[in-house]
Design a protein. Sequence first.
Length: 87
Amino acid sequence: MTNVNLVAEELYPQAGADNKGRKLGYINSGVKAAQNDTWTVTNASEVVQAFLQIDATGEAEENTLSTNIITLTSATTTPASGLIIFR
């Protein structure tokens, strides 16, 4: 299992956060080498939701969340990208 530190690109930063401090972000081609690799989103204190897809196929990348860590649970070994809601 490998961990990669990533920074989510905040989309539409002019809008700021909602009243609960949530923002919309994008992760572009995060590296994944094995099932259950993790991404730590360094500019987030919490990832609320992650909508990720496998870059090569466009299929959904299954994941679980724990604070600012996303665990990529599919058996693929290719990069993934997607939208996240984070604080």
